[in-house]
Ligand binder design. Structure first.
Ligand SMILES: [Zn+2]
Ligand SMILES: [Zn+2]
Length: 259
C-alpha cells in the first residue's frame, strides 16, 4: 500500500470549499478527511462543528461510487474551557482518524495576523502550555495524532536555535505524546508553506531520541493544490532522519507503511 495523506479538509470544514471528488479523482487509494471541530472559534465567533450526519451520508454515497475508498476523520481543536462540549460531541461518533490540535486560546487564533508581531518566547510558551493540557486529556479524547506541533508559531520566521529555550517543555510534551500513543505529525503546510522544515528536523530528532515510533505525514490541505504537498520530498527527508515507516489509521487499527 502506498501512503496516503493523513490531514485533509473538505467543505465539511468551515474554511474549505473542497469536495471529496477533488481528492478521489486525483488519487487511487484511500482518502481520509480530518474536518475542523473548533469550539468557541475566535476566527468565526462561533463553534465550528462538522455536521456528522451530512458528512457520513455524503461518504456513504460516494463510497458506493468509489469502491469504499473514503475514511472518516476529524481534527479536534482542543480548548480546555469547552472540554465538556468537545467530549459530548465526540461521544456518539466513530472515526478512522482523530487529530488533536490547538488552534486558539479563546482570545485569538495563532494564525491571526497580529500574532506575527507578538513576542516569540511568550507566544510559544503559552501555546506549549495549552498543547500540554490538550495531550493530558487524550485518555478521554482518544485522538491518534498530535497535529502540527508548531501551529502556535507558524507566523514566526525562526531558526531551530529559537526552540532551545523551550527544550524542556518540548521534551515533556513529546514524552507525554509518546506515552499517550499519539503519532507525531509531519505537517507539510508547516514545512513547505510556512518554511518550518528545520524546526521539524529539530523536533523529529527529539521525538526519535525519546523513543517515538509513530509518525504521520499530512498536507493539511484545504484544496486540491495542497493535497499530498511535497510528499516525495518529505519521504526522502524522513528516511534521511532515520524514519522508514509511517502509520495510517483505519477502523481503530494502525497500519504501518514502509516509505
Ligand atoms: Zn489544524
Ligand atoms: Zn487541518
Amino acid at each position: 500500500m502506498t501512503y496516503y495523506d493523513q490531514h485533509l479538509h473538505t467543505h465539511h470544514s468551515y474554511d474549505s470549499q473542497a469536495d471529496f471528488t477533488d481528492y478521489l479523482d486525483n488519487s487511487t487509494g484511500f482518502v481520509v478527511t480530518t474536518e475542523h471541530f473548533d469550539v468557541a472559534n475566535p476566527v468565526t465567533g462561533q463553534t465550528d462543528v462538522p455536521d456528522y450526519w451530512a458528512y457520513s451520508a455524503e461518504i456513504e454515497q460516494l463510497n458506493i461510487q468509489y469502491g469504499n475508498r473514503i475514511l472518516k476523520g476529524i481534527e479536534i481543536g482542543y480548548y480546555q474551557p469547552k472540554e465538556a462540549e468537545i467530549l459530548a460531541y465526540l461521544a456518539d461518533k466513530t472515526y478512522d482518524l482523530k487529530l488533536l490540535s490547538v488552534h486558539h486560546n479563546g482570545e485569538f487564533d495563532y494564525l491571526d495576523d497580529f500574532v506575527a508581531d507578538m513576542d516569540f518566547d511568550t507566544t510559544f510558551s503559552r501555546y506549549l502550555d495549552e498543547l500540554s493540557v490538550a495531550i493530558d486529556q487524550n485518555g478521554k479524547l482518544q485522538a491518534h495524532v498530535l497535529a502540527h506541533f508548531d501551529y502556535g508559531i507558524r507566523l514566526f520566521d525562526v531558526t531551530p536555535e529559537a526552540l532551545d529555550k523551550h527544550e524542556s517543555k518540548l521534551i515533556e510534551i513529546f514524552q507525554k505524546m509518546i506515552a499517550a500513543d499519539l503519532a507525531f505529525e509531519i505537517n507539510a503546510k508547516s514545512t513547505h508553506l510556512y518554511h518550518h522544515l528545520p524546526l521539524y528536523t529539530y523536533a523529529l530528532k527529539m521525538v526519535l531520541e525519546l523513543g517515538g515510533t509513530l509518525f504521520t505525514l499530512g498536507s493539511d490541505g484545504h484544496k486540491l493544490e495542497h493535497y499530498e504537498l511535497a510528499f516525495d520530498e518529505l519521504k526522502t527527508w524522513l528516511k534521511a532522519q532515520g524514519v522508514h515507516q509511517l502509520v495510517t489509521f483505519q477502523g481503530g487499527t494502525r497500519h504501518f507503511v514502509t516509505i
